[in-house]
Design a protein around this ligand. Sequence first.
Ligand SMILES: O=C(O)CCC(=O)C(=O)O
Ligand SMILES: [Fe+2]
Length: 326
Amino acid sequence: MAPALPQEMDPALKTPNSASGLEVPVIDLQGSHGERRGVVVEQIRKACIEWGAFQIVNHGVSAALTERMRRVAREFFALPVEEKWKFSASIPTTTVDLFYGYGTKEFGTKGALDRGDQLRHKTNPLSMRVYDQWPTNPASYRETEEEYVAEQDKLNKHLLELISESLGLSPSYLNDFFGEEYEQTFLVNHYFPSPESTPTEGIQKHSDFSSLTILMQMGPGLQFLKDGEWFPVEPISDAYAVNLGDQIEILTNGLYKSPEHRVILTSEERFSIAAFSCPPDEKLIGPIAELVSESKPIRYKSRTFAGYRTEVMTNPYMAKALTTDA
Ligand SMILES: O=C(O)CCC(=O)C(=O)O
Ligand SMILES: [Fe+2]
């Protein structure tokens, strides 16, 4: 979920790191329902502590469905802009909310790309779906997004099981905690090509205020910040980039990090398709009791998810709002 106002680019952070040999970990989910579960859980724990992010392959989402989703997204964004506006929200965004439906920076500044346009829908709970904001062109758009978000829901739940286990909690802990009414948001980011020879940000440095973000990047550009250096996420066909959001950082009392990330534009048009899972608005989020001890005292203030989101959205840079209790 994107910051909106101009922010100075730290010159020290301009070039992605390649010298260290470190890479955003790639985790193979094959066998993660069965014989390889223990191995995968251990890899997830390490990745969540060191990066707060990883890529996944063999995740179970059908390649054919993903390809259909990519295709209808490209077709929608290729329409004339006046066609796309038909699927925007009728009222401009407020300072404390993201825009929904089709949008650009001109319409709602919050959460909009600097150089591109977007399509954002709430997709869970089903009662939050506003189908008027779902494209009807191409004709198969709506059914494709419906199938796609159902698969993302399954994947999100599987990942939250693995993450729960990696914390020494029962497998169902995080899914039970967020509940069936958890908020799923679907987002297509469409970045315009950049003619500049100097690196230009398509989405500025931010962390996601979600619990978990599952993202398909179509073309290079995504970078994660680790220990003050930027690391690009290597595009792998049909892989998803997964990152923890601020809610997991708070719940784990800082053991797992919600990593900062950004997108650098290239000379090619670029898309990414994200599914964010978030707690229900009124859910109180604070460190999980089992993860707090005398040697690991509470580091984060508890507040409702809606309260947290408002704090982030009213900050001009949409920065983390992870204030401590101390
Ligand atoms: O487009 C990408 O690769 C990242 C997008 C992102 O960080 C976001 O939408 O929150
Ligand atoms: Fe993000």
